[in-house]
Design a protein around this ligand. Structure first.
Ligand code: UDP
Length: 322
């Protein structure tokens, strides 16, 4: 168990993304010196407010880490486009950042003697045949399907972390992140929550793929970040699932967002993408027992905060399209 705070040097790749930027904020609040690396392909500079202990480096981690030689105490690898829309538009970039990029970041952590945290995903379980999903489940992934660039790249990253941990003695941890949402999400991210909120605020139809009976378990970003800090400081290896047990159907998500926004939008049913997982909910036993993790934010409160953020950005003219 190590506490990170004043004087700790922490590197966060993907620091301008949804999770990365909230994680950077939490580490700054603990007193750490943070270096955030991002190539801004899906992350946004606006997600990182300037801070005297924050250094922002624009770089693609697949090409190396231009972050100086001073050692880091912890290296947190969060760089990777993560929306199914990105799986269609950036498949090779995703494969590269979670293979070549992961190896670069692992090498840096090893050289520095830093603790390493790998942002993995519930997608390693694919379209799961076990429900809820414990970390011991090996998954059901289509290796050549439209989601495979992400699923298999994350599985490669987990294998790489396991190898560095087992064979090189790297102090490492793997977290499997389940559907996380919150303020700062891209409106055009393509995932269900930003799509529905953008559509509801614009008075446009909410696009439900399929009949809306598929489920996801929604995690507010603050809960996730609390869990990430617990894992970082715990010294545990994992893998550990982080998320919540608020499992909703996509149809229920549409209803809640229509109610919370008071939008007159209708629901429109369209084709379901292939390999779209049917059900997803984390088994949180390991997170609870190893980390003392307990999510605090009910989805209604989290969605309300996210809607308020989207509405404020719309009012400021920052979000133009639904
Ligand atoms: N989805 C939907 N309408 C949208 C976007 C997504 O019905 O506009 C569905 C999608 O088919 C999936 C679920 O919502 O079943 C969650 O999709 P998302 O892209 O948010 O994340 P992931 O599939 O990676 O969990």
């Amino acid at each position: 168990m190590t506490t990170y705070g004043t004087g700790s040097r922490i590197l966060v790749t993907g620091g301008a993304g949804l999770v990365g930027s909230h994680l950077v904020d939490a580490l700054l609040a603990k007193g750490c010196d943070v270096t955030a690396v991002d190539n801004f392909s899906t992350g946004s500079r606006a997600n990182l407010e300037s801070h005297e202990r924050l250094t922002v480096v624009e770089a693609d981690v697949t090409e190396g880490l231009p972050v100086g030689d001073e050692p880091f105490d912890a290296v947190l690898h969060f760089a990777c486009p993560a929306s199914p829309v990105d799986f269609e538009t950036l498949p090779v970039e995703i494969l590269r950042v979670d293979s070549v990029g992961t190896l670069h970041v692992l090498d840096r952590a090893l050289a520095d003697g830093a603790r390493f945290l790998m942002a993995s995903t519930s997608e390693v379980y694919g379209d799961p045949l076990v429900h809820p999903q414990p970390e011991s489940y090996w998954g059901n992934v289509n290796p050549i399907g439209i989601r495979s660039c992400y699923d298999e790249a994350k599985r490669f990253s987990e294998a790489a972390v396991a190898a560095y941990h087992r064979h090189k003695g790297l102090d490492a941890a793997i977290v499997r992140i389940f559907n996380t949402y919150g303020p700062r999400m891209r409106p055009d991210d393509g995932r269900v929550i930003p799509n529905f909120i953008s559509q509801a605020l614009a008075g446009e139809p909410l696009t439900v793929y399929g009949d809306g009976s598929q489920t996801r378990s929604l995690c507010y970003v603050d809960d996730l970040v609390n869990g990430l800090v617990l894992l970082l400081e715990s010294g545990e290896y994992g893998p550990v699932n982080l998320g919540t047990e608020y499992e909703l159907t996509v149809g229920e998500m549409a209803e809640v967002i229509l109610r919370l926004t008071g939008s007159p939008s209708k629901v429109e049913y369209t084709d379901r993408p292939s390999d779209d997982p049917e059900r997803r909910r984390p088994d949180l036993t390991a997170a609870r027992t190893l980390l003392g993790y307990e999510p605090q934010v009910h989805y209604e409160a989290g969605l309300k905060a996210t809607i308020d953020d989207f509405a404020a950005r719309r009012a400021a003219g920052e979000l133009t399209s639904a």
